[in-house]
Design a binder for this molecule. Structure first.
Ligand SMILES: CC(C)(COP(=O)(O)OP(=O)(O)OC[C@H]1O[C@@H](n2cnc3c(N)ncnc32)[C@H](O)[C@@H]1OP(=O)(O)O)[C@@H](O)C(=O)NCCC(=O)NCCS
Length: 253
């Protein structure tokens, strides 16, 4: 990993629109839009749609209590994961990557006593504001396999490394930060294991390799319908995308 990159967890911003909140949300939105614009086939959302959103939606996304966001920040010294304390550094240093961890999934609403019920990761993404304009073509939620034994369930959404900083370990460091948080939350909850899913478009070999190296394995292929609006004509068409659902299970001692 480059000695000038830190992985920094974003603090919860305030709901009221103080200048730190606005600047942080605007910076997040800028990198997110850059990612959507330059890598349109890598995300379950689109530049056309999100560029229309006001900043309040980004603030709400950053404040979602079931989501943790990290940024890869160009700094002067290496740290695996800095605390969220250094707010001024977050705003002043350039951001070159991001990741979001969604979950854990809330207790089963049926009251079955299970720790969690497997929930469709696409639904999790939509609830968290990380996905829009997508619908599942196959596999309704009820077909998701139940967990073999008690485990907290997380989903990783929106992994991105800026084009200027790829293949120096940032993607892996972002994944490690997210999995470290999943592990801590699982331990705090007194649960013995967690499971984490991630979607990657079939054919996105660099991301598939990254997740494979981090311990994820392919569970199955899934098909999604995406509403795509032409930036020139405004015409909306439906595009089918095939994604791999990858999963990792980790025991927590
Ligand atoms: C996929 C992506 C996040 C990888 O980020 P990165 O910071 O370059 O990844 P890292 O440097 O940490 O690489 C970690 C591992 O991923 C794999 N990898 C990363 N880029 C790769 C590439 N271009 N080709 C092949 N393998 C690649 C390698 O296995 C690498 O480990 P190794 O160098 O020991 O072999 C980045 O290319 C990206 O943002 N792509 C566009 C957005 C995207 O596809 N996001 C994923 C959506 S599911």
């Amino acid at each position: 990993m480059s000695p000038t990159i830190s992985i920094m967890r974003l603090p919860r911003v305030k709901d009221e629109r103080d200048s730190f909140t606005i600047d942080l949300a605007a910076k997040h939105r800028d990198l997110r839009l850059h990612a959507l614009q330059t890598e349109p086939s890598s995300f379950a959302s689109s530049y056309q749609e999100e560029s229309q959103w006001d900043l309040g939606r980004t603030i709400a996304k950053l404040n979602n209590p079931q989501t943790v966001h990290w940024m890869a920040v160009r700094t002067v010294e290496i740290t695996a994961e800095s605390s969220s304390g250094d707010s001024s550094l977050l705003l002043s240093a350039p951001w070159v990557g991001f990741i979001a961890l969604l979950g854990p999934v809330a207790s089963d609403s049926q009251g079955s006593g299970k720790i969690s019920a497997k929930i469709d990761p696409l639904v999790q993404m939509q609830i968290s504001g990380m996905s829009s304009g997508f619908t599942r073509v196959d596999k309704p939620i009820t077909e998701y396999p139940d967990t073999a034994s008690s485990a907290l369930e997380f989903h990783i959404g929106a992994v991105f490394t800026h084009q200027s900083a790829r293949q120096i370990g940032i993607g892996r460091a972002l994944i490690d930060a997210a999995l470290g948080e999943a592990q801590s939350q699982t331990r705090r909850a007194g649960v013995s294991a967690f499971e984490c899913t991630i979607h990657v478009d079939k054919g996105n070999d660099s991301a598939t390799r990254l997740y494979g190296k981090a311990g994820f394995t392919v569970v199955r292929e899934e098909t999604y319908a995406q509403q795509v609006t032409s930036p020139d004509t405004g015409v909306v068409r439906t595009v089918e995308r095939v994604a791999l659902l990858m999963e990792l299970r980790q025991e927590v001692s």
